[in-house]
Design a binder for this molecule. Structure first.
Ligand SMILES: [Zn+2]
Length: 349
């Protein structure tokens, strides 16, 4: 079978990824005629190195099929169906025990211990919510958690516009000072902040911040623009970069590859925690694990956390929470927007 550059996720397809001797042809994975196609066997060396990182899962009910597992861990291909991933792999490497029907796989442990960081975090979340708050028995490994967070840090520049909205109840104009974080005594527990400790919640677009206020039709909203006072270092849990498949090195460096996959899985799980939708029935205790995570990020010197919006229907909405509300300043102009209609997508289940 033949494949083209469009078969690979753009971020994966770097200049080094393209094998020599491309020929004109048709991609067998549904991409149109392309001047550069290769037989899938062109990537066999990289794929074999990838296969070396996994083994057959022996515990019943655990693990995933190889094709879906490597897509989750490395996000190599653009295919939406795991069947296509499997087809690509079969045509590239031929029959392989990890690709056999019904076989489930797990990441090898290399010389690392077998701890499942995602499961440990989940156990810890449950414990600090419902059992032991300040002296939990199952605290996650602090070093691993810190290293994981530090692996996804971005710089937020002072020229990035950030937005914050508030319901304008009687349509009167707001003063910029009304759009900041509440004082400590009025700071209710939020997704990121513990009760009594105010953080500043911002969005990267006016649209996202409108959705974040969960308005009703015909509501008026005051929208302010903020800018950071200096470049800030923020934990990015919205755009988590998977390890680079084409950077998979030789077997001697396997523990490092395994560590990178485990960190990636851990970051994705933590990002999913912050992205969880908020429901009116939520209890303040539901936010304790994410508050813990944000306090940890604060304790290692980060200024805030960037996370995906769960309410912006575009799926592209990004929010930022700043631990110190004084690190961003509100522009003098506060604009008012009116909500004309709300879109709702739904389906029978
Ligand atoms: Zn293709």
């Amino acid at each position: 079978m033949r494949a083209c550059a469009k078969c690979f996720r753009p971020a994966t397809w770097t200049a080094n990824a393209s094998p020599p001797e491309a020929t004109v042809g048709v991609c067998d994975f549904g991409h149109s005629y392309d001047s550069q196609t290769w037989p899938t066997t062109a990537w066999v060396d990289s794929l074999f190195k990838l296969f070396e990182l996994y083994e057959i899962e022996t515990e019943s009910g655990a693990g995933q099929e190889f094709a879906s597992q490597i897509q989750a861990d490395w996000q190599i291909f653009t295919f939406s169906e795991f069947g296509e991933v499997r087809q690509f792999l079969l045509s590239a490497v031929g029959d392989h025990e990890l690709l056999s029907e019904g076989v489930r796989v797990r990441l090898k442990s290399g010389d690392l211990d077998r701890t499942d960081e995602v499961a440990s975090w989940s156990q810890f979340s449950e414990e600090i919510r419902t059992l032991n708050r300040y002296f939990p028995q199952s605290a996650p490994d602090r070093d691993i958690l810190e290293q994981t967070l530090l692996g996804s840090v971005d710089t937020l520049c002072t020229d990035t516009a950030l937005f914050r909205a508030r319901l304008a109840e009687n349509g009167e104009p707001f003063d910029p000072s009304d759009l900041g974080a509440p004082p400590a005594r009025r700071a209710r527990a939020g997704r990121a902040n513990p009760v009594g400790i105010p953080y500043l919640y911002l969005s990267f677009s006016p649209e996202t911040c409108v959705y974040e206020t969960r308005p009703s039709t015909q509501d008026s909203l005051a929208i302010a623009t903020f800018h950071a006072n200096r470049d800030l270092r923020v934990l990015n849990l919205a755009d988590i970069t998977p390890p680079d498949f084409f950077d998979v090195v030789d077997i001697e460096a396997m523990p490092e590859q395994i560590r990178r996959v485990r960190f990636h899985r851990y970051l994705r799980a933590l990002g999913a925690e912050l992205r969880k939708p908020i429901h009116p029935s939520d209890q303040p205790t539901d936010y304790i694990p994410t508050q813990y995570l944000c306090e940890l990020a604060k304790s290692i010197g980060l200024d805030g956390v960037l996370y995906s919006s769960s309410v912006d229907p575009s799926g592209e909405g990004r929010n930022l929470v700043l631990f110190d509300p004084e690190k961003a300043t509100c522009d003098a102009l506060v604009r008012v927007a009116s909500v004309s209609s709300l879109r709702l997508d739904w389906a029978w289940v």
